[in-house]
Design a protein around this ligand. Structure first.
Ligand code: TLP
Length: 354
């Protein structure tokens, strides 16, 4: 199977497995796991923040990231298709007692000009804004990268109004690779960042939350409350350290493969995608022209050895990662061509649109 469902499916590299086997460990709830401590310090250092916290998942990292900046009964401004709003089981409501105030940004990139209009003070009818959340890269906006100037303008505006900014940087290193800038620069002004070790960086498990030292002290208690005190977690942190040190440099390959897939898909009759919009490792294409819905298309691909998730009635998402080669991308394109051709029997073969 060629697995393009997500970059979450990557398996640990042989070096990660060796490091895991030999990891020095202790009880992390006592703060005594040397490998976890090293990972937390290194993650904070790389992101230019005071402290870090190793968490089992991105969802837990975002949940805690929202909790440390908010009080019950506040609103969190976020993009309408954001992960925190759509894919985290309403944790901002369940754990933090906050309501999302979603704002649609066509390209997934929230801007201060939109946000500032939605900020609410406490009033006779309104819940006050407690936090601004931005997602970089933006998953459901096709891996779109927020320009650093846009993020900085949001942070400056928010801070002037006494508000904090949390970044869901699950794929922050993909954004950094696309911009050719250090991740610390992209996150310089945000108050906390969650990034995943277990997606494009290839670690089997784990995400990091980084920010101010006192905020991370409080975050550690929320992690325990959520059941995330993992004891001898150094076996996982050891893989995370390799993910952090070695894997960002190769993300360009995933981006090139995503662009290659997008260009190939754009030439298949019945499929629709604008390859110039693909910046990182995520792409969406529309299958309406084939006469199939996204569920049927996904099933047809599976029958041909390719896994890709349907998103909505007409769209398929593909995500490139460490465990997908250029050759496999070529094979996946062949499967898409064959499926589209069979769905549209009036076509004699693959018809180039150009
Ligand atoms: N995203 C997953 C699914 O949940 C959709 C994926 O396959 O892309 N923030 C962003 C932007 C994410 O894309 C994800 C996972 C998370 C947070 C949550 O991370 P985990 O899965 O570790 O809880």
């Amino acid at each position: 199977m060629i697995d393009l469902r997500s970059d979450t499916v990557t398996k640990p590299t042989p070096e990660m497995r060796r490091a895991m086997a030999g990891a020095e460990v202790g009880d992390d709830v006592y703060g005594e796991d040397p490998t976890v401590n090293r990972l937390e310090a290194r993650a904070a250092g790389i992101l230019g923040k005071e402290a870090g916290l190793f968490v089992p998942t991105g969802t837990m990292g975002n949940t805690i990231g929202i909790k440390i900046h908010t009080h019950h009964g506040e609103e969190v401004i976020c993009e309408a298709r954001s992960h925190v709003f759509n894919y985290e089981l309403a944790m901002m409501g369940w754990f933090s007692g906050c309501l999302a105030r979603p704002i649609l940004a066509e390209d997934g990139i929230l801007r201060w000009s939109q946000i500032c209009k939605e900020i609410r003070p406490l009033g006779p009818h309104w819940a006050p804004t407690g936090l601004i959340e931005i997602e970089n890269t933006h998953n459901m906006a096709g891996g779109a990268v927020s320009p650093t100037s846009v993020v900085n303008e949001i942070c400056d505006g928010a801070h002037e109004r006494g508000l904090n900014v949390h970044m869901d940087g699950a794929r922050l290193f993909n954004a950094a690779a696309h911009l050719g800038r250090p991740a610390s620069e992209l996150a310089a002004k945000v108050d906390s960042v969650m990034f995943c070790l277990s997606k494009g960086l290839g670690a089997p498990v784990g995400s990091m939350l980084v920010g101010k030292a006192d905020a991370m002290d409080r975050a550690r208690l929320y992690r325990k409350r959520l059941g995330g005190g993992m004891r001898q977690a150094g076996v996982l942190a050891a893989a995370g350290l390799i993910a952090l040190e070695q894997m960002p440099a190769r993300l360009h390959d995933d981006h090139a493969n995503a662009r290659f897939l997008a260009e190939g898909l754009s030439r298949i009759e019945g499929l629709s995608i604008d390859p110039s919009k693909v910046q990182t490792n995520i792409l969406f294409f529309d299958v309406t022209g084939t006469g199939l819905d996204s569920g049927q298309f996904s099933k047809g691909l599976k029958d041909r050895g390719v896994l890709a998730n349907p998103v909505g009635p007409a769209s398929i998402r593909m995500v490139t990662h460490y465990d997908v080669t250029r050759e496999q991308c070529e094979t996946a394109l062949g499967a898409c061509q064959e499926l589209a051709r069979q769905a549209m029997p009036h076509l004699t073969g693959v018809v180039s649109k150009n």
